[in-house]
Design a protein around this ligand. Structure first.
Ligand code: BGC
Length: 413
């Protein structure tokens, strides 16, 4: 193990959340509709979540008190623009107050403009299958930047821009889920009054046309943001597994990696940074995905406990995109907080090694600040460094939060 080192001056040490996963009652979003379908694939609905929409001030104060200097959260398009072209000043003011509260407590706000959820109306208009969505998204980004941009440190336009394709790959392979998925898609299409093959909810859009639309949305958004505030750093974030080839699996791995990572990293070459989001590794043999290796511990998400993956993906992102990097998400779903602490230890060691090798890494954000709504898996997985009793909404700090906060405060690892 290498000796400790100082992290760069101005390094962002933060924790991250996403609006739909914490705010509660995001009733105007597409996800709310999907969660309430009769044959939904969501384990439970998001409901009140952890009521972050109302409790943000105490939540932000807590993140600051733990020792962090930044907070990454997302702005909810479905709230900001509840009907096409109708922008809510009250909601824009809400997000401005969140930014102000961050500053009040010494946290630099990093804002994500799209974190999986979209307004219901957008999906009824074809969503991410519809080329005009790029312009609609850019227009919303411009409005938010005009209202809050002076208080924001950096913007992630689209969170995990490659997730629709990753999801499509995985769902293609999971035979037993096909029937259930088919029923769900039919019901969703009926709810949004679109043909089933045109269901434009972000996570379910793994087609070629949707890929070019999300990339166009990112590029147009970046332009719109820069037109408002030229010096504000803008990037997208990518879900990156450490894709390893074993037993002659290089060709297969390279082909899938090109589809799921390279195309997006290449599209980010003119950005100010790339947000790398890594949780685990994936192994590929000559016939494709191999699944978890025997003997390797699994997390609550049923993938491997593999904290060193972050170092490998940072190096790969650097090699392909060649722009500054930010770890915008990294963490583990586990009931055992000692495993979370150990995970952060190994992960940070691999980040430190990358810094030592000269990679330009601007920040590290733990996923997540709080236990929250883990999409289809509901509230069972626990990614938070702070637990939440959802009956009382009481926040309970876990030991890993104190540990990571201290590292953040010392800026040394
Ligand atoms: C997403 C988060 C999610 C996390 C843990 C990332 O894919 O950005 O919304 O909760 O991973 O699964």
């Amino acid at each position: 193990m290498n000796p400790t080192m100082n992290f760069p001056e101005h390094f962002l040490w933060g924790t991250a959340t996403a609006a739909h996963q914490v705010e509660g009652n995001n009733t105007n979003s597409d996800s709310w509709v999907l969660e309430h379908l009769p044959d939904t694939i969501f384990a439970e609905p998001s409901g009140d979540a952890i009521d972050h929409y109302h409790r943000y001030a105490e939540d932000i104060a807590l993140v600051a008190q733990l020792g962090f200097n930044s907070y990454r959260f997302s702005i909810e398009w479905a709230r900001v623009e509840p009907e096409p072209g109708c922008f809510s000043m009250a909601v824009l003011d809400h997000y401005r107050r969140m930014c102000e509260t961050c500053h009040q407590y010494g946290l630099k706000p990093v804002a994500t403009y799209h974190h999986f959820t979209s307004p219901r109306w957008l999906v009824s208009q074809g969503g991410w299958h519809e080329p005009e969505t790029a312009e609609k998204f850019a227009n919303y980004c411009q409005k938010v930047t005009r209202h809050c941009g002076d208080l924001i440190e950096a913007i992630c336009t689209i969170n995990e821009i490659n997730i629709p394709h990753m999801a499509a790959h995985i769902w293609m392979e999971e035979d037993d889920d096909k029937e259930r998925m088919g029923r769900f898609i039919m019901q969703a299409a009926r709810a949004f009054q679109v043909p089933p093959d045109r269901l434009g909810a972000f996570m379910f859009c793994g087609t070629e046309d949707a890929r070019s639309i999300v990339l166009a949305a990112h590029h147009q958004a970046r332009q719109a943001i820069k037109a408002e505030r030229p010096s504000l750093p803008v990037g997208l974030t990518i879900a990156m597994e450490d894709m390893q080839a074993v037993d002659g699996g290089e060709a297969v791995r390279n082909e899938i990696r090109r589809e799921l990572q390279d195309l997006y990293l290449e599209a980010a070459r003119d950005d100010d940074f790339v947000g790398v989001q890594t949780y685990s590794r994936e192994r590929f043999g000559q016939d494709g995905r191999l699944g978890p290796q025997e003997g390797v511990e699994l997390t609550q998400m049923r993938y491997e406990y593999w904290p060193q993956a972050i170092g490998a993906t940072l190096r790969y992102a650097h090699q392909v995109a060649g722009v500054p990097l930010m770890v915008t998400e990294n963490g583990i779903g586990t009931q055992d907080d000692t495993r979370r602490l150990a995970y952060f230890q190994t992960a940070l060691q691999s980040v430190a090694d990358c810094l030592r090798d000269g990679l330009d890494i601007r920040g590290y954000f733990a996923w997540s600040s709080f236990d929250n709504f883990e999409w289809m898996f509901g509230y069972r997985p626990q990614f938070g460094i702070v637990a939440v009793n959802r009956a009382t909404q009481e926040r309970v700090v876990k030991p890993s939060a104190h540990w990571l906060g201290k590292v953040a405060q010392s800026n040394r690892f």
